[in-house]
Design a protein around this ligand. Structure first.
Ligand code: NDP
Length: 478
């Protein structure tokens, strides 16, 4: 039976203090390494982890019930793509950068150094228990930091495996990646014990994390919930759109923050789109052992009832719900649900569902869907589907989201170069991209006076009109 209680106990105060102190000590050593050394060492760490793919599969499957193929592609494959981009980009992004200077400061040299923040706190969810902690920890360590990771209580074993596997390479200072277990209280303690926090999870908890970090003037990067609207125009390539809708709504059993949560289809194409989606939903193979199947169970026990309530609300308000039955309550298994004739007054169209549910609503024109999507409080991901790429990109630009696709549902995470995160209530700051790497550092601006050695600068005391006249000319003042 799938566990009904979290997999690990709260770390005791003494255990927490020991982990936090180990991370702090490791940070002191690690910050003195060069970017080139970190790139080389961390690539070797990744190589060693990737070689243990079977163990990652086993522990992630045990905690989440995901299909094994999905663990390979989404948890490990995507991690490898991130490693490739980050390690290639790090020397350029994190290296010293010469600064331009005004002509009048010709005898000085200026540059920007990126200084690690120290210990970075990661508070991570249960839906991607390897990829999210690994990717953020890798970026933070590449930027010269230690990491104190508090995984979701539901996926603690995966995080402890990661901690052990990283330590087992003996390539990094002891404690550079330290894991503390527990629930909300451990998360709060992580914010208090670190210099920056990266949180992934619900908007409600994210707000509490931001408030606590702000009270201590610590930066927080937040990646929160979304309500991906997929907007299908009448001229879209409907086979690809239908396949994408089913995959992006049901991959990881729908527990993906950027996954498709609702589809708006222009009236002219609605029936044809539904015809193409129905058999694809019905063909999904669902199993608990992760082999030869497309989707598994839910991870977080309260989700099952929440999704059932959303489906019941849709039924009562006149939607046709196909599938969505609870197949095995003990094992959190429900069949994927197609919700036809959905309307905006149904909870399933406005509340985050986070399950294998695909509501489809008929609209008159794509612009109507853009307005409906923008009226919501989330702004994480969206997509537009049309063969008119120029129109697709115009509509995409009008969507108030951090991640948008044209004929593309949700591959952004795999592009290490692209900043990843949401607008409005879906988050603050970005992971990935130059912005994401730089966020793990602070700028130190350096000015070096080069010559002549002993002469005071002309704008220092004593002020006099003769010198000032010359300087005014130099500064371009009339
Ligand atoms: P939460 O946002 O509550 O949890 C995310 C992480 O924050 C977990 O590690 C959690 O610990 C920790 N946490 C909880 N309370 C605090 C706190 N006060 N201070 C610091 N850290 C804290 O998500 P849930 O797991 O409860 O899931 C609830 C819903 O959130 C889901 O149903 C889904 O809708 C959404 N969600 C969104 C995700 C996304 O990727 N955007 C990912 C996961 C969930 P612990 O779980 O151990 O208590």
């Amino acid at each position: 039976m799938t566990p009904r209680t979290p997999s690990a106990a709260e770390a005791t105060a003494a255990e927490f203090a020991a982990k936090a102190a180990a991370a702090r000590r490791a940070a002191e050593t690690w910050r003195r390494t060069t970017v080139a050394q970190r790139v080389k060492t961390l690539r070797a760490v990744w190589k060693s982890l990737a070689a243990r793919r079977a163990e990652v599969r086993a522990v992630v499957h045990e905690e989440t019930g995901k299909p094994l193929v999905e663990i390979d592609l989404m948890e490990l494959g995507a991690a490898g793509l991130l490693v490739d981009w980050m390690t290639a980009a790090a020397p350029r992004v994190l290296g010293d950068k010469a600064a331009g200077k005004p002509w009048s400061l010709f005898n000085k040299r200026a540059y920007e150094r990126r200084v690690p923040r120290g210990v970075v706190g990661l508070i991570t969810p249960w839906n991607m228990p390897f990829l999210i902690p690994f990717g953020d920890a890798f970026a933070a360590m590449l930027a010269g930091n230690a990491v104190l990771l508090k995984p979701s209580e539901w996926t603690t074993k995966t995080a402890l495996w990661l901690e052990g596997a990283v330590a087992g390479t003996s390539l990094l200072p002891a404690g550079l990646l330290s894991v503390v277990t527990g629930g909300g209280a451990a998360g709060e303690a992580v914010i208090d014990a670190t210099d920056m926090v990266v949180f992934t999870g619900s908007t409600k908890t994210g707000r509490a994390v931001a408030v606590r970090a702000a009270g201590q003037l610590k930066p927080a990067v937040l990646e929160l919930g979304g309500k991906h609207p997929m907007i299908v125009l009448a001229d879209a390539a409907l086979d690809r759109a239908a396949a994408a809708a089913v995959w992006a709504a049901c991959a990881n059993a729908g527990q993906v923050c950027v996954g498709v949560e609702r589809v708006f289809v222009e009236a002219e194409a609605y029936d044809r789109f539904v015809e193409k989606v129905r058999p694809r939903m019905a063909a999904l193979r669902q199993k608990l052992d992760g082999r030869d199947c497309d989707l598994g169970r839910l991870v977080f026990p309260p989700l099952l009832d929440r999704i059932q309530e959303q489906l019941e609300d849709a039924r009562k308000k006149g939607a046709r719900v196909i599938g969505g039955e609870v197949l095995d309550r003990d094992n959190l298994l429900m069949s994927p649900a197609l919700v036809l004739d959905a309307r905006m007054d149904m909870r399933v169209m406005t509340e985050e569902c986070f399950g294998p549910v695909l509501p489809v609503m008929k609209i008159s024109r794509a612009e109507e869907a853009v307005a409906l999507a923008n009226a919501g409080s989330e702004g994480l991901a969206a997509s537009v589907w049309t063969t008119d790429l120029a129109k697709g990109e115009r509509l995409a630009a009008a969507l108030e989201v951090g991640l948008v696709g044209v004929n593309e549902p949700s591959s952004h995470y795999a592009f290490g170069a692209l900043p990843f995160g949401g607008m409005k209530q879906s988050g603050m700051g970005r992971r990935h991209g130059e912005e994401g790497l730089l966020a793990f550092t602070q700028a130190q601006s350096v000015v070096v006076h080069e010559w002549p050695d002993a002469t005071p600068d002309m704008w220092w005391f004593p002020y006099d009109e003769r010198k000032a006249g010359f300087l005014r000319k130099l500064m371009g003042l009339p």
